[in-house]
Design a protein around this ligand. Structure first.
Ligand code: SAM
Length: 279
């Protein structure tokens, strides 16, 4: 059974000649039951505005609307998709607005009403860049209450990684400092048209009301970047130059100077950033 009265996505793509473009990272989801399932991972949408980045032919957009989103603001770079999206707009009067723009260039905040949930199936490079920006505003809490984002599985694992694992690094620390992050779905390549080479996963992040541990964002980010830049080195070497007398500062933060970055948890990195900043 279809989730709405609109034509199947295969037909939409054919009618509007939306042959997928690699340059825009276009791997479309065609199964509307699957897009509804992804929409449900974003939580109760009935009281929220949803910002969707990269709606393409509108599979996920239709899932979001069918699952009862109060309003969807969709930002799509490819103008070829606009006629297909206009058909969805007509089927859900007043609930969908589409902006033809590059999401990396646009600040859509003044067109959204809180609470705001962000949902997207984006190309890898754009997705990580936007995630980093959404997680790094100067003030917290951010303008969004949750992010539900498709990534290649390996990137999703880096977001939720714990100390001691290979995937643990800058992205895990950035995400987990001020949000709860979990993988809520994994998808095989065949779920997309055309099929990518890799598996994908949906990550759901909920903004915490305040950071898990106190720290100055830019200092934390600088220390973590430096520590993981040479992740196989001992911290007394990789953080040499991060601050004077780094060995004693590491000890003060409860970190062994001979430990490596991937052994150190978020709480200790925050403590170290505070000590470095205070000095
Ligand atoms: N949401 C659709 C789906 O799930 O089938 C399409 C997903 S496809 C992986 C990525 C979409 O993002 C494409 O429609 C592409 O044109 C769009 N896109 C790529 N770069 C973008 C950007 N910088 N800003 C906005 N949209 C972009």
């Amino acid at each position: 059974m279809s989730i709405d009265a609109l034509p199947p996505l295969r037909q939409v793509i054919q009618t509007h000649e939306l042959n997928a473009r690699k340059s825009l990272g276009q791997n479309f989801l065609l199964d509307l039951n699957l897009t509804s399932k992804i929409a449900r991972q974003a939580g109760d949408l009935s009281g929220s505005d949803v910002l969707e980045i990269g709606p393409g032919p509108g599979g996920l957009t239709r899932g979001l609307l069918a699952e009862g989103a109060r309003r969807v603001l969709a930002v799509e770079k490819d103008e070829r998709c606009l006629p297909a999206l206009a058909e969805i707009e007509a089927a859900y009067p007043g609930q969908l607005a589409v902006i033809n723009a590059d999401a990396l260039e646009l600040d859509p905040r003044d067109q959204l009403t809180a609470p705001i949930r962000i949902v997207a199936n984006l190309p890898y490079n754009v997705g990580t860049e936007l995630l980093t920006r959404w997680l790094s505003p100067p003030e917290w809490p951010p303008f969004w209450s949750s992010l539900t984002l498709m990534f290649q599985k390996e990137v999703a694992q880096r977001i939720v990684a714990q100390p001691g694992s290979k995937a643990y690094g800058r992205l895990a620390l950035l995400a987990q400092w001020r949000s709860d992050a979990r993988i809520v779905m994994t998808l095989p390549p065949e779920a997309f048209q055309p099929a990518p080479k890799v598996h994908s996963a949906v990550v759901h992040l909920t903004a915490l009301p305040e950071p898990r541990f106190p720290a100055h964002g830019p200092t934390l980010s600088r220390v973590v970047a430096q520590a993981f830049n040479q992740r196989r080195k001992m911290l007394r070497a990789s953080l040499k130059g991060a601050a004077p007398e780094i060995e004693s500062k590491l000890k003060e933060a409860g970190i062994s100077p001979t430990a490596r970055a991937e052994e150190i948890d978020l709480e200790r990195f925050c403590a170290l950033a505070q000590i470095i900043r205070a000095a």
